[in-house]
Design a binder for this molecule. Structure first.
Ligand SMILES: [Zn+2]
Length: 181
């Protein structure tokens, strides 16, 4: 099975959105998991759901910095690659199928982003939002999962706070949100 690991990674990370102030779970057993699995082309069974949820929880914790990367060990346990060769050369392909193949693809995508574009994958700076963003901008200063959903809201809030506090604090720059490194 060929999967777009990066798309799957983001879809996984963003499967616990806060909707109208309430945390939700698109992989939950309340009837919404089915559509998620179908939309992402991931096989759907009880064991598959357990596997995918576990990987999702770990990836979220690692990207947030709440767990070290080594916490992903169980997701990769026993995973092997198979080599093949043709006229263009040697290709290594992960030998895992079903939901396992999908979560391994997501973890490999996470690793590729971390190495190739460090710091680009992060949690939305709105701490009332449980989404993540992969910053593809040149300046690498995107902070919100989406400007419409979170950016405008927080900008307005910060503006209000600044106006209310006046020019009280002199010292160093603006010590706003900046959740994680
Ligand atoms: Zn957000």
């Amino acid at each position: 099975m060929r999967v777009d690991g990066e798309a799957l990674l983001l879809s996984l990370l963003n499967s616990t959105p806060v909707v109208a102030g309430r945390p939700t779970d698109e992989l939950g057993d309340d009837g919404r998991a089915g559509p998620w699995f179908a939309a992402n082309g991931v096989p759907d069974g009880d064991a598959d759901r357990r596997e995918v949820r576990r990987a999702r929880d770990l990836l979220q914790a690692v990207v947030r910095g709440a767990e070290p990367p080594s916490a992903l060990g169980p997701v990769l346990a026993g995973v092997v690659s198979r080599a093949s060769v043709d006229d263009s050369g040697v290709t290594w392909e992960v030998d895992a199928d079903g939901a396992r193949g999908a979560v391994v693809a997501a973890v490999l995508a996470w690793d590729a982003v971390r190495r190739g574009r460090p710091g680009r994958l992060r949690a939305c700076a709105n701490d009332e939002c449980a989404r993540f963003l992969l910053d593809r901008s040149k300046s690498n200063n995107a902070r919100w999962c989406s400007m419409a959903a979170c950016g405008n809201k927080l900008k307005a809030r910060r503006h209000y706070r600044r106006v209310r506090e006046g020019a009280g604090e002199g010292s160093t720059g603006d010590g706003s949100a900046g959740a994680a490194g």
